[in-house]
Design a protein around this ligand. Sequence first.
Ligand SMILES: *[C@@H]1O[C@H](CO)[C@@H](O)[C@H](O)[C@H]1NC(C)=O
Ligand SMILES: *[C@@H]1O[C@H](CO)[C@@H](O)[C@H](O)[C@H]1NC(C)=O
Length: 275
Amino acid sequence: MRYKLGSLSTVLLVTLICFTLLYYFTFTGKEYRLKSQEDEYLLESLKFNRINALKIAKKNREALIKSSNSLNYTDFFEKVKVEAHCEHKMRIGGDGDGGKSVCNPKMVKDDCKLLSLGLHDQIEYDLHIYDVTGRKCKLIGADIDPQNATTRALYEKMNGKLFVGQIPIPLSIPSILRKSGASEVELLKIDIEGGEFIGLEPLIRDFYVCQILIEIHGFPTIHLALLKIMSKYGFRIFNVEPNPQCYFCCEYSLINEFCMTQYGVFPLAIVIPQM
Ligand SMILES: *[C@@H]1O[C@H](CO)[C@@H](O)[C@H](O)[C@H]1NC(C)=O
Ligand SMILES: *[C@@H]1O[C@H](CO)[C@@H](O)[C@H](O)[C@H]1NC(C)=O
């Protein structure tokens, strides 16, 4: 009798395990199929977008060059088309002026360096990006002026490093990296009101940078000149946002072609003309 009871409970136990496993695989299997089907639809529509973008790329490039020679900023910003699709864009550091559009920030590498140039004691972006990237990245900030006690304390708390000086002279971006022990940059935020014209190229020429979030000020020809420099080193625009408080300013987000797979970005056509 005892043996019979024992074998009965064994049978029951085995049955229970079988059902659990069956349920588990059916359920997760369904979930997986659903997700990959959505991904497939997205991929199909992106392929379609890319074919169309390639068809009109030449026309778009010509229209952009033509508009860069006028002083109609609205028209120029409209003609800067995105060159890559980021499905998971995230607004970092508030909705208003100073907020940045970053692509899929959770996908940063483990050994990541976040470079934030131009602070003006406003570090909403810095606090937010440090948090959403999992507090594992090294934060490096720089500004022409010393930051106040609040900013310094907040940077300290994030284990961040602060530099003071005018970029690129006397404070060059490569020297900031060397002094921080960094050899590459995961996310570069740059808002240094003019310094980017000489400062940016040596950085992206000599170092590996994944995403650039840049505010450009000035005539449309100036915007185009800087976009061309970044394009030359393989950076593709995935977000364009004119600044509503400054009619000649525009915020651009770009991603290095080498980082597209890491961030799940799909390439469209290149719109920025090469030199
Ligand atoms: C500037 O360009 C926009 C968009 O193309 C157009 O609607 C507007 O009329 C232009 N403004 C002037 C002053 O030409
Ligand atoms: C530092 O600057 C920020 C932004 O202007 C301000 O909110 C904060 O109160 C300042 N802190 C000090 C100690 O002056």
